[in-house]
Design a protein around this ligand. Structure first.
Ligand code: NDP
Ligand code: 8X3
Length: 251
């Protein structure tokens, strides 16, 4: 019987690549995100790989909707083996003293509270079954702040703290917790950060070969496919000409 993975934010970028990688490796996948039509299209593609796919459209900031989706899972989808908490992003790059309140709320509500909601809904079943793996998508941005990163960096520091905290809280079980911390990955991330300004977004990846969602999915799968006694706690994955969140050599 195939294992079951749930990937949040599977409509784009890293989450989409994770869903594809897991499906290619015979996981039945629950794919989530807000855009129902995009989920349907991806579901059709992944089903052609011979696995079962359940698309669930909801906003991770909406606790009631998230609870209805997870608590209402059909019986054959309830025993989730892998939760990839990926949904999230950045909005704005203003100095902290000039930041936008609404942008702050979206980042905190999605990257921290949304991740927590999904953890709260899915992990009790893993603990009960004494089996499961939570993969949180953190960021190099959580290791140290960079100019204008303030609130986004804080949310990714929170992902590190929440991953470490969960790892402690499930240490008496066989549930594993991994924090994947990508560097520059070319996805929709920067287009969204700059509120649709594609030219500015392209500038983020100018002069350097960025990572792809697929590169990150490989790390996710490395952690998930490790032997049961091996807990990959963290992986920091950077582009080759990037040394940390601020040192990026462009050619
Ligand atoms: P994308 O913008 O390409 O994808 C973001 C995904 O998150 C989409 O599938 C989107 O789906 C989903 N999402 C966003 N908000 C919500 C919400 N409120 N409810 C449900 N789903 C939501 O960006 P990435 O793939 O790059 O980002 C994925 C994760 O990786 C994020 O947590 C990001 O912080 C992290 N990351 C990204 C890096 C990068 O350089 N790109 C580097 C390090 C970490 P939909 O719009 O359909 O809701
Ligand atoms: C995304 C990577 O460095 O653009 O988390 O913040 S960075």
């Amino acid at each position: 019987m195939n294992k079951i993975a749930l990937v949040t934010g599977a409509t784009s970028g890293i989450g989409e690549a994770c869903a594809r990688k897991l499906a290619e490796n015979n996981y039945n996948v629950i794919i989530t995100g807000r855009r129902a039509q995009v989920l349907e299209t991806l579901a059709a593609e992944l089903r052609s790989l011979g696995v079962e796919v359940l698309p669930l459209a909801f906003d991770v900031r909406d606790r009631e909707a998230a609870a209805a989706a997870i608590n209402g899972l059909p019986a054959e989808w309830q025993e989730i083996d892998v939760l990839v908490n990926n949904a999230g992003g950045a909005l704005g790059l203003e100095p902290e003293y000039e930041g936008n309140y609404e942008d702050w709320d979206v980042m905190i509500d999605t990257n921290i509270k949304g991740l927590l909601t999904m953890t709260r809904l899915v992990v009790p079943g893993m603990v009960e079954r004494d089996r499961g793996h939570v993969v949180n998508i953190g960021s190099v941005a959580g290791d140290a702040a960079y100019a204008g990163g303030n609130v986004y960096c804080a949310t990714k520091s929170a992902v590190k703290a929440l991953s470490d905290g969960l790892r402690i809280d499930v240490a008496h079980t066989s549930v594993r917790v991994t924090n994947i911390k990508p560097g520059l990955v070319e996805t929709n991330f920067s287009v969204i950060r700059f509120h649709g300004d594609k030219e500015r977004a392209d500038g983020v990846y100018k002069g350097i070969q960025p990572l792809t969602g697929k590169d990150i999915a490989e790390s996710v799968y490395f952690a998930v496919s490790a032997p049961a006694h091996v807990q990959v706690a963290e992986i920091l994955v950077l582009a080759t000409h990037q040394a940390n969140g601020t040192t990026i050599v462009r050619k």
